[in-house]
Design a protein around this ligand. Structure first.
Ligand SMILES: [Zn+2]
Length: 337
C-alpha cells in the first residue's frame, strides 16, 4: 500500500502538469482565433491594421513604412485578370471603392512627378480624369527586385480623383492630403484606382511604345506596373487556396481572399509559366489578349464585398500527369500541388 501511494504522487503531478499544458494551449489557440476574427471583420477599414507588425512579422521588406492612400475603402478590383466592359482586362491596379470626397493621402514621402487634370483632355490621361503620380524611393538598404534587378525608385499613381491639392514638383510628406476620391475620367463609380509603377512612371503597353531613356535602366522595356501589395502593408496570413480542377487540359483554380490578393505566379516542374508582375504568360503586345499562347485565364466576377477572388488557369496544351505545380504569392510563398 505504501509503495502504491508513493507511485501515485508523481502520477498526480504528471496529470496536473498535462492539464496545465492543455489549458495553456487552449488559451493560445482561442486567442489567435479571436485575433483572426477581429482582423477579418475590420478589413474594409485599413485603420485597424498595424503596418509595422504585419510587414516586419511576415518578413516582407519594409519600404519606408508605406501607408494606404485611402482609409475607408472596400476592395472593388484586385490586381489581375477581370471581365470588364465586355472584354478580358488585365487590371494593373487595385480599385479602392470609397465615398466621393474621401481623403487620399501620400503613401510615403516623395515628390509629385506628374499631375493631370480632367479639364485638359490632351494631357494623355483623359481616361483617368484627375491624376497624381508621386515619385518615391525605398531605403537603399531594402531595394526591391524587378526582372532580376535591384531597384529603389517607385511611383504611386492615383486616378479618377475628385480633385487634387498638389502640383508637379511639390515635395510631399507621408500622410499628406493630396486630393479626394471621385469618379473623374471614365470611372463609373467613386473609387481610387491605385497603381504602383516601379523604376519608371511611364506606362508600357507593348512593343512600339517609345519609352524615355530613364525607363530603360534595367536593360528591359518592361511594363512597370506591379501588384501594389508589394508595397502596401497588409495582414498576410497565407490563406491562398489552389487546386487542380481538371487534368486534361490541366486547369488550376486559385482562390485569393480579398484581404490578401497577392497571387503572382505558377511554376510547373520549376518552369515559371505565369508571373503577373513580370507578365509571364501574358501577351507583351496586348496585355488584354486572352487566351494567349495556350493559356486561357478566367476570373469570376469580383466586386466590392466579394470575399474570394477566384481565377482559373487553363493550360490548353498541357495534361496533368503528376508534375510539380507551385502556386506562389508576390513573396514567393505558396502551395505545392
Ligand atoms: Zn482600376
Amino acid at each position: 500500500m505504501v509503495a502504491m501511494a508513493d507511485k501515485s504522487k508523481p502520477k498526480k503531478l504528471v496529470i496536473v502538469f498535462v492539464i496545465f499544458i492543455i489549458v495553456f494551449a487552449i488559451s493560445i489557440i482561442s486567442k489567435s482565433f479571436i485575433n483572426d476574427n477581429t482582423t477579418n471583420d475590420g478589413n474594409d477599414n485599413n485603420d485597424e491594421r498595424n503596418p509595422d507588425e504585419t510587414l516586419q512579422d511576415e518578413g516582407h521588406p519594409v519600404y519606408d513604412d508605406v501607408i494606404w492612400p485611402v482609409n475607408n475603402y472596400t476592395l472593388a478590383d484586385p490586381f489581375g485578370w477581370r471581365w470588364h466592359n465586355n472584354r478580358w482586362d488585365f487590371h494593373r491596379a487595385i480599385d479602392l471603392r470609397a465615398e466621393e470626397g474621401e481623403p487620399i493621402y501620400a503613401i510615403a514621402p516623395g515628390r509629385v512627378d506628374r499631375t493631370a487634370s480632367e479639364d485638359d483632355p490632351d494631357d494623355g490621361f483623359s481616361n483617368g480624369g484627375n491624376v497624381v503620380i508621386i515619385e518615391h524611393f525605398t531605403d537603399p538598404d531594402t531595394p526591391f527586385t524587378f526582372h532580376g534587378y535591384e531597384q529603389t525608385r517607385y511611383y504611386s499613381v492615383n486616378l479618377h480623383m475628385q480633385d487634387f491639392l498638389v502640383q508637379e514638383g511639390d515635395e510631399v510628406e507621408q500622410g499628406q492630403l493630396i486630393g479626394h476620391v471621385g469618379h473623374a475620367g471614365t470611372a463609373s463609380t467613386d473609387h481610387n484606382h491605385f497603381e504602383i509603377r516601379v523604376v519608371c512612371r511611364h506606362s508600357w503597353d507593348g512593343p512600339g511604345d517609345d519609352l524615355p531613356s530613364e525607363c530603360d535602366i534595367m536593360g528591359v522595356n518592361a511594363d512597370p506596373h506591379v501588384n501594389p501589395l508589394r508595397f502596401l502593408p497588409y495582414d498576410d496570413k497565407d490563406i491562398m487556396e489552389a487546386e487542380i480542377i481538371s487534368n486534361d487540359p490541366l486547369t488550376v483554380e486559385v482562390r485569393n481572399h480579398f484581404t490578401e490578393t497577392d497571387f503572382n505566379s505558377i511554376k510547373i516542374d520549376d518552369e515559371e509559366v505565369v508571373n503577373w508582375d513580370e507578365r509571364v504568360g501574358i501577351n507583351p503586345s496586348d496585355r488584354d489578349d486572352n487566351p494567349y499562347n495556350g493559356l486561357y485565364v478566367e476570373a469570376d466576377k469580383f466586386t466590392a464585398g466579394t470575399e474570394w477572388y477566384v481565377v482559373r488557369f487553363e493550360f490548353q496544351n498541357k495534361v496533368y500527369t503528376g508534375q510539380k505545380i507551385e502556386v506562389l504569392d508576390i513573396w514567393g510563398k505558396g502551395i505545392t500541388l
